[in-house]
Design a protein around this ligand. Structure first.
Ligand code: KG4
Ligand code: ZN
Length: 350
């Protein structure tokens, strides 16, 4: 156990500066500095503000992670970093820091995919990933159903969103309801006091004719528009908007579709293991519904604790650690950032 490599992971794809340290699959430190408060008044992440915040937070966050883990930088055996997808300037700060550590410490560098890292983080809590498995990856920028044969290099995208990502839909609907940014956690909280059946919002791509062409794809723009129309109609009529009921009914529509699509992928492929990952996997209703329906279908669900679902450095360290363990070739110092790195491109392109 003590001989397993010590891997430091750096995440800067959006507004969280994350530095995680793992030994093998044991989490030693998970330091996160967020610039979310600086973006809140704009209702979304401002790329230049995020880049500057990463620059300021990078070195202190690395220091904090080392302190938390009780290790010195010179103890680190390998460094992993998110090479994409994400914001260009933000990614550049993380990859530059990782390259500097790789060069300065003489240790291998692994440029890795942020989305694959959201799935790999599960190994820190729930042990080795059963492969193949189906992964439902739901974040602020992406929503995908994946067949994962090898998280370090063999991921097959089965379905994705045709428009908004699940987290984006949460954020937009929250804004409509006057809730702060990012809206996901606020909707989750507001929904607790609401009636999930109060409003029958549409389930996108769920009709028989859609299922044929898009068995595992999702779409949330119709749902978002339906919520906007419903709220507008109330406001025009001078009636109060029942925020808790709208939040609960909207959340139910999103969760219903996501779970149905992910479980359809499980039954169609004969794979009985579903892994949830990404910021929206922190959603309490998604976790509960996935668990209940999967159990009824004989599928096991794995999902990390909410704090590891949202962006962090531990997830990057976790994937880096698997890269090391499986003998994947390290990246060169010449790797570029890739703002739209596809989910099946697990390692940074050389
Ligand atoms: O994975 P993540 O931290 O960043 C990206 O890679 O995008 O995901 C952020 C997204 C945001 O849209 C946020 O509103 C959503 O995850 N989110 C949630 C919850 N916590 C975060 N959505 C629903 N319920 C939550 N509890
Ligand atoms: Zn993410």
């Amino acid at each position: 156990m003590r001989d397993e490599p010590l891997v430091l992971g750096i995440e800067t794809s959006c507004d969280e500066t994350g530095v995680g340290i793992v030994r093998g699959s044991t989490l030693l430190a998970d330091a996160v500095a967020s610039s979310v408060d600086e973006h809140a008044r704009f209702g979304g992440v401002v790329p230049e503000v995020a880049s500057r915040a990463h620059l300021e937070a990078m070195v202190p966050t690395i220091d904090r992670a080392c302190r938390d883990a009780g290790v010195a930088l010179s103890d680190i055996d390998a460094v992993a970093v998110t090479s994409g997808p994400g914001l260009a300037g933000a990614l550049l700060v993380g990859t530059s820091a990782a390259k500097a550590l790789s060069l300065g410490l003489g240790i291998p560098l692994y440029g890795v995919n942020h989305l694959a890292a959201h799935v790999a983080v599960d190994t820190l809590e729930n042990g080795p990933l059963p492969e193949p498995c189906i992964a439902l990856l739901v974040s602020g920028g992406h929503s995908s159903v994946l067949r994962v044969s090898d998280i370090t290099g063999d991921i097959d995208p089965l379905g994705a969103t045709l428009d908004d990502a699940a987290g984006e839909a949460f954020d937009k609907v929250a804004r409509l309801l006057g809730l702060p940014f990012p809206g996901g956690p606020w909707i989750d909280r507001a929904a607790v006091d609401g009636d999930r059946e109060a409003i029958d919002f549409p389930r996108g791509l769920s009709h028989a004719r859609d299922l044929e062409r898009h068995p595992y794809d999702v779409s949330f723009s119709g749902l978002k528009t339906a919520v906007a129309r419903w709220v507008e109609a109330r406001e025009r009529a001078g009636e109060a908007v029942p925020v808790a009921d709208v939040a609960a009914s909207f959340q139910e529509a999103v969760v219903d579709v996501l779970v149905r699509k992910a479980l359809a992928a499980c039954s169609d492929t004969g794979i009985d293991m579903l892994v949830l990952g990404g910021g929206v996997a922190a959603n309490s209703r998604l976790r509960a519904v996935a668990e209940a329906r999967a159990t009824a279908q004989g599928v096991r669900v794995r999902v990390p604790r909410p704090g590891l679902c949202t962006d962090n450095g531990a997830m990057v360290a976790a994937l880096g650690s698997l890269m090391v363990a499986r003998g994947r070739t390290p990246s060169s110092l010449a790797i570029a950032t890739d703002t739209s790195q596809p989910v099946d491109q697990v390692s940074a392109r050389e």
